[in-house]
Design a binder for this molecule. Structure first.
Ligand code: NCD
Length: 306
């Protein structure tokens, strides 16, 4: 099967069938990363440009590793070292990159909608690697793959997402993803960080960590996005951690076989206790490994592959 679209901008636009196609493709590509020679010639001759306007560790490295494992050529523009610091607009930067005729452009940008703006202007495919507080589709896809592997299904689960929901593109993409695949999504955090718009999509909002975690199959913890907070959203880090932190005692409210997830970067001791982050129910490093497979799948499918 093929994915009939030019760009991957968000999970809001994907159908459950498209999500399943991407996850199945990723699952079948995982094996390549375990070979002694971790490379297939599938995307030989294709050029992938990555453009990161915000810091990134996992997303950027895994896109780069994914392109290399598929034999595409990859060029990475570090924006701090580019003409953006000399005042060049995003549209001009993109038009200049397009003149070099890449096949795919991967972009992370602080402005929500930046990838959509480029997707309308450029002939090449555009992949959203995180836009402001809007969406982070490849993160949600790798989260879905990790849950599907751990639970054997994506339907009928109780998924609790906890923390700074308001500023989290990871939460927004996951709300779309888990609801589309037939699971229940609970969002927990301080009232200042619970956007009511997500309730309209079908997610349940609560300020009670206990209510969200009770009977949960999946617990996803989020970092406080302090860099996106212009005002006070909580009193002190200590109080936040005491009310919303995941530790062995609060995790006990979830199902006995609940898995613990985090997109990274972790703020240990704030939203998550090291005993839980490094404990037997944590799948945080599986998420990272699945990130490579999911990005390989997306690069392959958007290049017209099957
Ligand atoms: C997240 C992001 O950048 O949106 N990280 C990631 O891509 N794994 C979450 C975060 O920064 O807290």
């Amino acid at each position: 099967m093929r994915l009939k679209r030019k760009d991957l901008l968000g999970l809001a636009d994907l159908t459950p069938e498209e999500i399943t196609l991407i996850l199945d493709t990723a699952a079948s590509l995982k094996e390549i990363s375990t070979r002694p020679i971790k490379k297939v010639p599938t995307l030989r001759g294709k050029t992938v440009v990555t453009l990161f306007y915000e810091p990134s560790t996992r997303t950027r490295m895994s896109f780069e590793i994914a392109t290399k494992r598929l034999s595409a050529d990859t060029v990475n523009l570090t924006v701090a070292a580019s003409s953006a610091v000399k005042g060049e607009t995003l549209a001009d930067t993109a038009a200049n990159l397009e003149a070099m005729n890449p096949d795919l452009l991967v972009i992370r940008h602080q402005a929500s909608g930046a990838p959509h703006f480029l997707a309308r202007r450029l002939a090449c495919g555009v992949i959203n690697a995180g836009d402001g507080t809007h969406e982070h589709p490849t993160q949600a896809l790798l989260d879905l793959l990790t849950v599907r592997e751990a639970k054997g299904t994506l339907s009928g689960l109780k998924v609790a997402i906890v923390g700074d929901i308001l500023h989290s593109r990871v939460a927004r993409s996951n709300v779309h993803g888990f609801l589309k695949m037939g699971s229940e999504v609970w969002l927990a955090g301080p009232a200042t960080m619970l956007p009511p718009g997500l309730a309209a999509l079908g997610a349940r909002l609560t300020t009670s960590l206990r209510e969200a975690l009770t009977g949960a199959d999946v617990v996803m913890m989020l970092r406080l996005q302090l860099e996106r907070m212009g005002q006070h959203f909580f009193s002190t880090l200590r109080e936040y951690s005491r009310t919303y932190g995941l530790n062995p005692d609060t995790l006990a409210w979830a199902k006995e076989d609940a898995i613990v997830m985090h997109p990274g970067p972790l703020n240990r001791g704030v939203e998550i206790d090291p005993a839980v982050a490094d404990g037997p129910r944590s799948v945080i490093l599986e998420q990272v490994a699945n990130g490579v497979a999911v990005r390989m799948a997306v690069l392959l499918l958007l290049s017209g592959g099957e």
